[in-house]
Ligand binder design. Structure first.
Ligand code: SF4
Length: 237
């Protein structure tokens, strides 16, 4: 029996997809983004196990509040638990629930599992940490190959995608960074939105608590002007 390992849930999420959403934050992520504000989701711990049926039941308690919204699987990296998500999403779709997945695409390997998964997913929130593979590696520890291949795969199957991009001083905020990313997105007809997520320091205390070195000490969140510039840049035709 497939089980999901859950870090936490949120029953009235408003920032991970359209409308009000029930959000599953799944435990475990192979990446180590320098600006990650959830380092407590990294470890692949088998705690808070939940069966597919119980996950569905939990969501259905809130069904009446999810009008215009739905369910989002986030993390951690949710697609490390692709079997659990596929089975849960399938049952939720049978109940008319809109499904979104917030992923970095790092696990994408082109296997048949993805062909099955996308049948039950309405929207992918795809985090592209950097369009330059070396800079992506510097930020996350991984190249961006799987992420970009996943974007092309979703485009091929015409799945709606929102691109998410963390704007962080000296890591991802140069004009060249944005120009190159926009150029890549231009070729993806499936992208309906680009969300600029300003770097913030809300997770710093978690690093201290977990005894993990925080690499971005002293880096400030981007200014309002810089955020506006980046948002306008992606919205300009
Ligand atoms: S992919 Fe997400 S959860 Fe994983 S390290 Fe990066 S920001 Fe954190």
């Amino acid at each position: 029996m497939v089980e999901g390992y859950i870090h936490s849930t949120e029953s009235f999420g408003t920032v991970d997809g359209p409308g009000i959403r029930f959000v599953f934050f799944l435990q475990g992520c192979p990446m180590r983004c320098q600006y990650c504000h959830n380092p407590d989701t990294w470890e692949f711990k088998k705690n808070n196990a939940i069966s597919v049926d119980n996950a569905v039941k939990e969501v259905l308690k809130y069904k009446n509040y999810l009008t215009g919204g739905g369910v989002t699987f986030s993390g951690g990296e949710p697609l490390c638990q692709i079997d659990f998500i596929t089975q849960t999403a399938k049952k939720l779709k049978q109940n008319g629930i809109h499904i979104a997945i917030d992923t970095s695409g790092v696990t994408f390997d082109g296997s048949k599992k993805y062909d099955e998964l996308i049948k039950y997913v309405d929207l992918f929130l795809l985090d592209i940490k950097h369009i330059d593979s070396e800079k992506h590696r510097e930020i996350t520890g991984f190249s961006n190959e799987n992420t970009l291949n996943f974007a092309k795969y979703l485009n091929k199957y015409n799945k709606e995608v929102w691109i998410r991009y963390v704007l962080c001083e000296n890591l991802s905020d140069s004009e060249t960074d944005l120009i190159d990313l926009k150029e890549f997105i231009k070729n993806l007809t499936c992208v309906s939105r680009v969300e600029v997520l300003p770097y913030h320091t809300l997770g710093v205390k978690k690093y201290e608590k977990l005894g993990i070195d925080y690499k971005l000490k002293g880096v400030n969140p981007p200014s309002k002007e810089k955020i506006l510039w980046a948002k306008n840049f992606f919205n300009e035709k």
